[in-house]
Design a protein around this ligand. Structure first.
Ligand code: AHR
Length: 506
């Protein structure tokens, strides 16, 4: 198998939006409680945050973290999570059939985000609540002082405003499962009025309108069109969510899932631009892919799990969707990141869902260890290395035929040019289950004098594509990629079967 990649210094599509490397913390399962927050844990700091988890988060390097949901936010009262902890109400969270203690809320998340060095992306409840709660939360969070709500924040310990710039106008309100599910017209009108009132309080905020929960929704397309027709002037972004999994042992199709992500992104861009044309608008609406990942929604198993959760009554932080990721999943995640980066001219925000324990790159056990899942690596390296300009690679790769997504390039690529440090970075996946791929990279307008980094993620000797990491064994980890050669005109390298690689030259 072989592929030829051409990178030209003049073929760029824009700057790398650093918010592309976002993540998501929802009050769901064990993401917050016993994930990022566990006051009794041996590594907990004075804020009750697990420092073993914090260290892994910093290593992984998300730039922005969406909070507090997810389905959870559509039934959440933000006021429950502020003020003296002992006075906070215990509530039933209907979305995940969970007992929410509210021990962790907005102030705790702001504190955690500072320690994790991430920007906050705050979602508001447009399921059970509306315009009033939305504008009040902006006032509480962002107004300096001298009003009832901003002074309440100060009394609650935060003298300075939180200054949250990025806000989601609800979550998945197109989904019948969502608390407060709406028609596109109902949502479009509500989002417009909420946006207006929030901006009256703080005109500097950026707003994300809810798009489709996935591209298979019966209302997909119609939803975006109607919603954007209502809110075009008031918002900056429209959201996309997508989760993928392997079906029927068809790994080839699964490995080509990013083709569906490409198609989804391009469809939403077209729809947003059609509304722009029709409404004679000047600005563009950009995309916020604020939930994406591999998630094994096992149908019957999921129903059984939901049943068990309900049978076992209302519990605090039950174990929910703690998927264990394999080498195959890691390659697929690498191709999702490539798809997002290649569309970085319009996808300005993306959040892998979620950060800890719940379909997450980081796992932790209560009173126990924390560890990196296989999917941790492509994210961590791309977040660290993808800087500067996004290059538009010309790729001529051997192809693989897949049942679900048609023909796909076997070698999948994205690339960046960090002019400041004169560095070119390539992120490559080999989708072939059996064959190594020889890759020739032609560089035009760059010189590759030195290999700064060449790392490979592949199944270790003796393991198959289902290999995963556990608390005791980190079997899937980056290794040095040997055999990378540079010349005046380019780079040559070999990708082992089913692998993901990062190569950086200057
Ligand atoms: O990330 C898990 C759930 O998936 C989120 O709560 C919801 O928004 C989506 O359906």
């Amino acid at each position: 198998t072989s592929a030829r990649v051409t990178l030209d210094r003049d073929f760029t599509i824009g700057d790398v939006p650093r918010r592309l490397f976002g993540s998501f913390v929802e009050h769901m399962g064990r993401c917050v409680y016993t994930g990022i927050y566990e006051p009794g844990h041996p590594t907990a700091n004075e804020s009750g945050f697990r420092t073993d988890v914090l260290d892994l988060v910093r290593e992984m390097g998300p730039t922005v973290v969406r909070y507090p949901g997810g389905n959870f936010v559509s039934g959440y009262n933000w006021e429950d999570g502020v003020g003296p902890v002992e006075k906070r109400p215990r509530r039933l969270d209907g979305a995940w059939h969970t007992l929410e203690t509210n021990e962790f809320g907005l102030h705790e998340f702001m504190d955690w985000s500072r320690q994790a060095n991430v920007e906050v992306m705050q979602a508001i409840n447009l399921g059970t609540r509306g315009v009033d709660a939305a504008r009040e939360l902006v006032e509480y969070a962002n107004h300096p002082g001298g009003t009832y709500l901003s002074d309440l924040r100060r009394e609650n310990g935060a003298e300075e405003p939180f200054d949250i710039k990025l806000w989601c106008l609800g979550n998945e309100l197109d989904g019948p499962w969502q608390i407060g599910h709406k028609t596109p017209t109902e949502y479009g009108r509500l989002a417009k009025e909420a946006a207006k009132a929030m901006r009256y309080v703080d005109p500097t905020i950026e707003l994300v309108a809810v798009g489709s929960s996935n591209s298979g929704m019966p209302t997909f397309g119609e939803w975006e069109h109607t919603v954007l027709t209502h809110v075009y002037d008031e918002v900056d972004y429209i959201s996309l969510h997508a989760y993928y999994q392997e079906h029927d042992d068809d790994a080839s199709s699964f490995l080509a899932s990013a083709l569906d992500m490409d198609h989804f992104i391009e469809s939403v861009i077209s729809t947003a631009d059609a509304v722009r044309a029709r409404g004679r608008h000047k600005k563009h609406i950009n995309l916020s892919f604020d939930e994406w990942n591999v998630w094994y929604q096992r149908g019957k198993d999921t129903e059984d799990q939901e049943h068990r959760v309900k049978e076992s009554g209302w519990r605090e932080h039950p174990r929910l969707i703690e998927d264990e990721y394999t080498m195959t999943d890691a390659v697929v995640v690498g191709t999702f990141l490539n798809s997002l980066l290649r569309h970085g001219d319009r996808v300005h925000i993306a959040n892998q869902a979620q950060l800890v324990n719940v379909i997450a790159p980081i796992r932790s056990e209560e009173n126990g260890p924390a560890w990196r899942q296989a999917i941790f690596w492509p994210f961590a390296r791309m977040a660290a290395v993808a800087k500067g300009r996004i290059l538009r690679p010309a790729v001529a790769s051997d192809r693989v035929e897949t049942a679900r997504y048609g023909d796909a390039d076997i070698v999948d690529v994205s690339a960046t040019w960090d002019e400041e440090n004169s560095r070119v970075a390539l992120f490559l996946a080999n989708r072939s289950l059996d064959d190594a791929a020889g890759v020739e990279v032609a560089l035009r307008g760059f010189r590759a004098e030195r290999i700064v980094r060449a790392e490979i993620l592949e199944a270790p000797d003796g393991a198959d594509r289902h290999v995963s990491n556990t608390a005791d064994a980190e079997r899937v980890r980056l290794q040095e990629l040997s055999g990378v050669a540079t010349s005046e005109t380019g780079i040559t390298l070999t990708l082992p079967a089913l692998s993901w690689a990062v190569v950086e030259v200057d």
